[in-house]
Design a protein around this ligand. Structure first.
Ligand SMILES: [Zn+2]
Ligand SMILES: [Zn+2]
Length: 236
């Protein structure tokens, strides 16, 4: 129930919609300033901030030179191994200076490496963000006992080996096995269809005798049409 008497002849406004006197006064001033515009003493009206368009202040991507990235061949360098003998690429442009790489490497994200603790060996090696768990000096520690169990069982099985990937890129992958399987499956399917057709053939012959075809039979699929006979479409 409202306490306002609606029959007193006034258009009442709810108190939450009434602006305080000062705020309304400022607004009026602003409006007048905007309309005058050319007045040198008053500050120019502030433009509304746009939230669209190109963000020119966004941070730019910094490209790290290849020479400062550690060579992939050295990631899993073990304790006591020589980095110089690890890389087999004669013109490798990546860094082979493990000591400098480790000095410049950022802080680790944690102290326990899941891969090292679970499988005994971390595939990310020196690059690992939890590397302090398995990096000793300039090499990686390996828990041989644990690693022996998982050595021949990769944790992820639905990935292609690098060699297979390369063969696929170069379109040199041997698909004969797959083709044989495909052909066998196709032959099996067609033989099944053939059997089914034979079974239904007698039925269809009987049915066709009963129902005669009505309408034109152009047999375009059987007899080739000449260029004169073909339908012509006029293009405007
Ligand atoms: Zn290299
Ligand atoms: Zn690790």
């Amino acid at each position: 129930m409202s306490c306002i008497d609606i029959n007193d002849g006034e258009a009442h406004i709810k108190p939450e919609y009434i602006l305080p006197k000062e705020a309304s006064g400022e607004k009026k001033e602003e409006e007048s300033g905007a309309s005058e515009g050319a007045d040198s003493t008053s500050e120019p009206p502030q433009k509304k901030q746009k939230f669209t368009g190109r963000n020119k202040k966004r941070p730019k991507l910094v490209k790290v030179p290849k020479s400062s990235k550690l060579c992939r061949q050295l990631w899993c360098l073990r304790v006591g191994e020589d980095p110089k003998t690890k890389c087999t690429y004669p013109n490798c442009v990546f860094s082979h200076d493990v000591a400098t790489f480790l000095n410049n490497k950022g802080e680790d994200r944690g102290t326990e490496c899941h891969n090292f603790r679970t499988y005994g060996m971390c595939p990310y090696g020196l690059m690992c963000s939890f590397g302090s768990d398995h990096i000793e000096g300039t090499g990686n520690k390996v828990n041989e006992e644990l690693w022996e169990k998982f050595k021949n069982k990769p944790p992820v099985t639905n990935t292609l080996k690098k060699e297979v990937q390369q063969l696929l890129w170069k379109r040199k992958y041997d698909f004969t096995k797959a083709m044989q399987a495909h052909r066998a499956a196709h032959e099996e399917a067609t033989s099944k269809i053939g059997e089914a057709e034979l079974a239904t053939q007698d039925m269809s012959v009987e049915e066709s005798e009963k129902t005669k075809a009505i309408g034109p039979a152009p047999e375009e699929d059987l007899i080739k049409l000449t260029s004169r006979e073909k339908k012509k479409v006029s293009v405007i």
